[in-house]
Design a protein around this ligand. Structure first.
Ligand code: SF4
Ligand code: SF4
Length: 253
């Protein structure tokens, strides 16, 4: 995939910003709570469908969703000029302490319900809209949930640094990390980064622009571009003065 340099990043930033603006509508399709509530009733809800889609898509495009479509990215990336500290890898472990018991709870809930027996992708929304009220739920409650989620990601990003919420908090990232691990196991063709180390002048630009705090320069130096935190945003691809890094649809690990 050849690159029209900075225009691609401008498009990406607009996409994640639009996704964040749309979050009052889409929030419940990413809900870690509604998937549990609906599982107790044996209902396949919107967030289950979205999380399953994330896993399936990551088998081919890795964490492209996180780089190009995630509302939390649209919230956190504009905060990088305020706190651009690079986030350490240990912060990334925290989300697994959230994800593992949460997944256990979902499985337990489905088992108690006797399996999934019905399908309601709009479950927990009002005519498909997340932040809205109806006879059973005042709109203020929906707004409260919205602001809690936004403040949580805002606070963690301000505390930890670049996209801190993606590292420490995100309950969706593990689905895509798991999918990418499966892809790596079978090494089938998929979207990935590749590099041409001899052309690297070790200027460090790629590392400095990476919103996921990855030491991209080190990955180039060792000739392996796979990293569980990489969201395929292409910032390194588009900023390298020597065009060392490229997107590639190829097989590999
Ligand atoms: S931006 Fe390009 S030249 Fe600079 S360190 Fe990264 S890969 Fe090497
Ligand atoms: S390594 Fe490159 S593509 Fe991956 S997250 Fe960092 S800047 Fe984006």
């Amino acid at each position: 995939m050849d690159r029209p340099p900075l225009r691609r990043q401008a498009i990406r930033r607009i996409l994640i910003l639009l996704s964040f603006i749309a979050f009052p509508v889409t929030m419940n399709y990413f809900s870690p709570y509604l998937i549990v509530e609906s599982a107790f009733q044996g209902i396949v809800n919107g967030s289950l469908i979205v999380f399953a889609s994330m896993f399936v898509s990551s088998l081919v495009v890795g964490r492209l969703w996180c780089g190009w479509m995630c509302p939390a990215a649209g919230l956190q990336e504009p905060l990088v000029p305020v706190n651009g500290r690079r986030v350490g890898r240990r912060a990334g472990l925290v989300k697994w302490f959230i994800w593992v018991p949460w997944m256990g709870l979902v499985l337990l809930a489905v088992a108690r319900a006797g399996g999934y027996t019905s399908f309601d992708p709009l479950y927990g929304t009002v005519a498909g809209i997340s932040v809205a009220g109806d006879a059973h739920r005042p709109v203020i409650a929906a707004y409260a949930v919205y602001f809690i989620v936004v403040l949580l990601f805002f606070g963690v990003a301000m505390l930890l640094g670049r996209r801190g919420g993606c590292h420490a908090l995100c309950w969706m990232a593990p689905f895509m990390i798991a999918g990418r691990s499966v892809r790596n196991l079978f090494a089938w063709p998929s979207l990935r980064l590749i590099s041409h180390p001899p052309a690297c002048t070790q200027c460090g630009t790629c590392t400095s622009v990476c919103p996921m705090s990855i030491n991209v320069q080190a990955m180039v130096a060792r000739g392996g571009m796979e990293n569980i935190d990489c969201v395929l945003c292409g910032s390194c691809v588009d900023s390298c003065p020597n065009r060392v890094i490229r997107y590639s649809l190829s097989a590999g690990r």
